[in-house]
Design a protein around this ligand. Structure first.
Ligand SMILES: [Zn+2]
Length: 445
């Protein structure tokens, strides 16, 4: 028998093709197996045969949030490289630390990150890191949904590229279909053209896409034009990357000349991580230009070493504020558009727009219940505005993914938070011994 769950008397966020958002009060949502089966006015669905009932008076039912670009185990480096230049951030901190991580460190880092994401309503993540078998195992345990890619650089050679392709085959469609995989060459400035071509060939043969950092800053576009007469997006087109579905992380240096290539591409989505850009002093993804060309944009955190948190409500808020601030125009990025980017945009970036990112019949049952009764929401004149500007993670009460409960009334159901925190602390103590120059201080209050 297929398990059924009924969310009773919630308000449902409905996202429309014209980028508007409507909140319909007094609705029941019936989950059957891993899908949303039915949405009806409260009382119309027969509750007597349902397996589990979730009363949701005063709650808004939203799709789960979709993090379109992250390096989730980097939660281990939260706060370790503050107030430094991007060059020092990489060379003096992140790369020496990452090269000393073990599989076990990555596993516990991934669990910590998944717990943080579930607590703030994130049910799907496109992750780009290494030791990805451990990340996949953590996702399997957490019950979340993920699109996983094993990052590679050309200086690691073609055997490593093949190993990342083997990872793709090993985990594709695993964990009840919650895990999907993708090739993940790091970036055009760390992978030469032959390596990018080989990655694209693997992706074609495996029937998967590519997740890559490209045009991260305007500076990268300028230096690529200067050194080789091509923008990073032109490099992606030349090397066949854009012949397969591609997630471009950041794209802050995308220029008008790149747009025809992106429009002709197989399928391109851009991951937007404004908090990281603000924190590291970068540029902003040109959202209006991408939207005008019909290129999907989704929200992203990048790693917590540059973003501090994995909270996409905060990212949505910063995106909205920056899109008003840049042109000095408060009419830009209206609430409905922000919500559409967060949910439908994120799903479209991952190529899952037909099954994820909306509360509609037949869509995957990845949902959260958000409580707007807190003082910081009162009085609620405009619940959609509350979702964009006021929600804090503790307002997210219950989270479902693939029809299963991952958190109920703030209690995590699949992960043991206390144990994870303990294991992460042990990992950091071990890492501190391995890393030169005492980069890590373990805080013991
Ligand atoms: Zn990144």
């Amino acid at each position: 028998m297929t398990n059924t769950k009924l969310i009773q008397n919630c308000a449902v966020l409905r996202l429309k093709d014209d980028d508007s958002a409507v909140i319909e009060a007094g609705q029941d949502v019936l989950i059957r197996g891993d899908k949303i089966h039915n949405i009806r006015p409260t009382g119309e669905i027969d509750a007597s045969t349902v397996d589990e009932i979730f009363p949701a008076d005063g709650m808004v039912c939203l799709p789960g949030m979709i993090n379109t670009h992250a390096h989730i185990p980097m939660v281990l480096f939260r706060g370790l490289a503050e107030d430094v230049s991007i060059a020092r951030w990489f060379n003096d901190f992140i790369w020496p630390l990452e090269s000393n991580l073990t599989e076990e460190d990555v596993y516990w880092g991934a669990q910590l990150a998944l717990a943080e994401m579930i607590e703030s309503g994130v049910t799907t993540v496109a992750d780009h890191y290494f030791h990805m078998d451990q990340v996949a195992e953590a996702v399997q345990q957490a019950g979340s949904r993920a699109l996983l890619g094993w990052a590679t650089f050309s200086n690691q050679g073609y055997d490593v590229l093949q190993q990342t392709a083997d990872f793709v085959s090993r985990w594709q469609n695993k964990a009840d279909g919650r895990i999907h995989t993708i090739m993940a060459p790091h970036a055009p400035y760390t992978c030469d053209d032959a390596y990018l071509k080989a990655a694209a060939e693997h992706a074609k043969q495996l029937g998967v896409g590519i997740h890559i950092h490209a045009s991260e800053r305007l500076f990268q576009t300028e230096s690529s034009l200067e050194s080789r007469g091509m923008t990073p997006i032109q490099v992606l087109a030349e090397t066949g990357i854009l012949d397969v579905p591609t997630i471009i992380a950041h794209g802050c240096g995308i220029i008008q000349e790149d747009m025809p290539l992106l429009e002709q591409a197989n399928h391109v989505g851009v991951a937007h991580a404004p908090k990281t850009y603000l924190k590291l002093g970068g540029d902003m993804t040109p959202i209006p230009m991408l939207k005008a060309a019909g290129i999907p944009v989704g929200l992203a955190t990048d790693g917590a070493a540059s973003n501090a948190t994995l909270n996409l409500f905060e990212v949505m808020r910063l995106m909205t504020l920056m899109q008003k601030w840049i042109p000095s125009d408060s009419e830009q990025m209206p609430i409905g558009q922000a919500l559409n980017i967060a949910f439908r945009g994120g799903a479209a970036v991952l190529g899952m727009g037909q099954s994820l990112g909306q509360i509609e019949e037949g869509f995957l049952a990845d949902l959260m219940l958000v409580d707007l009764s807190g003082i910081h929401h009162q009085p609620v004149h405009n619940p959609a505005a509350s979702l964009v500007f006021n929600v804090q993670p503790p307002d997210v009460k219950t989270v479902f993914c693939n029809g299963k409960v991952l958190m109920h009334d703030r209690e995590l159901k699949t992960l043991d938070k206390g144990h994870i925190i303990q294991q992460v602390k042990k990992s950091m103590e071990r890492l501190a011994k391995r890393v030169p120059e005492k980069r890590i201080q373990v805080y013991n209050p």
